[in-house]
Every structure is written in structure tokens, then in C-alpha cells.
Ligand binder design. Structure first.
Ligand SMILES: NC(=O)c1ccc[n+]([C@@H]2O[C@H](COP(=O)([O-])OP(=O)(O)OC[C@H]3O[C@@H](n4cnc5c(N)ncnc54)[C@H](O)[C@@H]3O)[C@@H](O)[C@H]2O)c1
Length: 257
């Protein structure tokens, strides 16, 4: 079985949010971690907090920057066992009828094409691993329709097709590929969403939160540490028979809210 403390891990968008929790969870388990992010200051802060983690500034929508970043990552790590394709942006809120086509394309460039570019550059390195693993960050929005968030939902559904195809292509090389689909994640961003909704609806923050939780069996939002633990498990030897799967982590949500 592959021990996490022998793994070499690349996390995209690893300086903030969920990616940071994932990078820290692998580092805490003893893995060697390289994080890339578009935000250089956040990467500096990450290195201060976790000096063992190496970093690259990279916009995953920039193909040349991705080639350089994957080279830096594999040089720093001495190879690659685990790729966590975490980077993704929320994109605009508008109906399809009113959608700005440039805003639509910007989301596809990062969420879909960026994930493709990073993965393509990483595959030759993962093929050299004894137990390669790729985790793709989809979303609850990759399982349901999501009114006024069409580019986001479209890319998160697209990543499921990407995951299932990659799993078929890479299985013979011992590389497993799985997608995870988090629901609403607890934290300041979610609070801002509720504030925004409350200011439009005239309802209180608590009412907006209750309305969102009404869609879930488990009445709390997802802790980023739980997502990180799932990614560490999937990439570990304990997950060695799991590939081509889409795994929700959302308190049994019945809608994208
Ligand atoms: N937060 C949620 O509720 C939630 C739910 C389901 C899925 N997700 C997915 O999880 C992933 C991480 O979400 P998050 O909420 O932590 O995001 P976030 O908005 O907190 O951003 C995380 C990091 O992404 C970096 N980033 C942004 N654009 C980038 C780019 N072009 N190249 C490289 N780095 C870039 C940012 O600098 C930041 O450090 C995304 O794919 C998102 O769609 C999030």
C-alpha cells in the first residue's frame, strides 16, 4: 500500500480556500507538497506557515505558465504521485439569456481547459509513479442544474466526463482518477453569499442559511478539512481500487443552492 508520507503531491490553487486545506492535510501527513496559485502573496504566506511546501505562481489558464509550473513542481518533488486539480472559479451570476459571452469563456478557460492543461503536462510524470492518482474538483453543481450559474455548472459537469475518460485512459498505467463534488463549504465566502441573498430577499441571514440547509439531510455545511481528508484517502493506498468515480461530499444535498 502507498503510504501518504512517501507521496509527492501537486495541488493547484493551493494557496487559499479548499486547496490550502488539501495542501496542509497532505503536508501534515508527511507528504511532499507543491502548491501553485495565481496569488503570489498567498503562496508566500503558505510557505511561512508550512515551510516544507514548495510553490509556483501560475495562472492555470496560461498554457506556457502551466508547462513551467509542472516542471518546477516535479523538479522540487523529484517526481509526481498525486495531482489534485483543485483550481476553479465561480464565474458570473446571470441567466443564459443575459450571460456575457466573454465571462462564459473565462470560466471555461480556467475550470475546464486549465484542468486539461495541467493534467496533460502531469501525465508523463504520473506514469512513472508506482501508484499515480488524480483527484478532480467538481461540485454539487456538477450533479444538478444551477440557475444563473451556467458556466460554473457546465464546467463542473464537464469535469465528470473528463474524469471518467481519464480513468479509462490511465488505468493501464496504474493511475486512478476520481472526481469529488463538494456542497456548500463553510467559511467567510458562504457567509457573504447569504448576506448578498438576504440583502436582495429582505430575509435574515439565519433564514437564508436555513433555506440552504433545507436541501440537505445533514444540517451543517461542509468543513474544508473534511474535503481534504477525502482527497488524502482517495490518493492513499486505501483507495487503490477506487477509480472513475464521482464522490459527493455535501451532507446529502438534493439541489445546488
Ligand atoms: N467553496 C465551495 O463552496 C465549493 C463547493 C464545491 C466546489 N468547489 C470547488 O473547489 C475549488 C476550490 O474552491 P474555493 O472555494 O477554495 O476557491 P477560492 O475562491 O477560495 O480560491 C482558491 C484559490 O484559487 C486561486 N486561483 C483563482 N484563479 C486561479 C487561476 N486561474 N490559477 C491558479 N489559481 C487560481 C485563488 O488565488 C485562491 O488562492 C474550486 O474548483 C471550486 O469550484 C468549491
Amino acid at each position: 500500500m502507498t503510504a501518504v508520507d512517501s507521496q509527492r503531491v501537486l495541488v493547484t490553487a493551493g494557496a487559499g480556500g479548499i486547496g490550502r486545506s488539501i495542501a496542509m492535510a497532505f503536508a501534515s501527513a508527511g507528504a511532499r507538497v507543491h502548491a501553485c496559485d495565481i496569488d503570489a502573496n498567498a503562496l508566500d504566506e503558505l510557505r511561512t506557515q508550512a515551510p516544507g511546501i514548495t510553490t509556483s505562481v501560475c495562472d492555470i489558464a496560461d498554457r506556457g505558465a502551466v508547462q513551467r509550473m509542472v516542471q518546477e513542481a516535479t523538479d522540487a518533488l523529484g517526481g509526481l504521485d498525486v495531482l489534485v486539480n483543485n483550481a476553479g472559479i465561480a464565474g458570473p451570476t446571470a441567466s443564459v439569456a443575459d450571460m456575457d459571452p466573454d465571462a462564459w469563456e473565462a470560466v471555461l478557460r480556467i475550470n475546464l481547459t486549465g484542468t486539461f492543461t495541467v493534467t496533460q503536462a502531469a501525465i508523463p510524470h504520473l506514469k512513472k509513479s508506482a501508484a499515480g492518482s488524480i483527484v478532480v474538483m467538481s461540485s454539487l453543481a456538477g450533479r444538478f442544474g444551477y440557475p444563473n450559474r451556467s458556466p460554473y455548472a457546465t464546467t463542473k459537469w464537464g469535469l465528470i466526463g473528463f474524469t471518467k475518460t481519464l480513468a479509462r485512459e490511465l488505468g493501464e498505467f496504474g493511475i486512478r482518477v476520481n472526481a469529488i463534488l463538494p456542497g456548500a463549504v463553510d467559511g467567510p465566502r458562504l457567509r457573504q453569499v447569504f448576506e448578498g441573498r438576504a440583502s436582495v430577499s429582505g430575509r435574515s441571514m439565519a433564514q437564508e442559511e436555513a433555506a440552504a440547509l433545507a436541501n440537505q439531510s445533514i444540517k451543517r455545511f461542509v468543513d474544508p478539512a473534511d474535503i481534504a481528508a477525502l482527497v488524502v484517502f482517495l490518493a492513499s493506498g486505501a483507495g487503490r481500487s477506487i477509480s472513475g468515480q464521482m464522490i459527493p461530499i455535501d451532507g446529502d444535498s438534493q439541489a445546488a443552492s
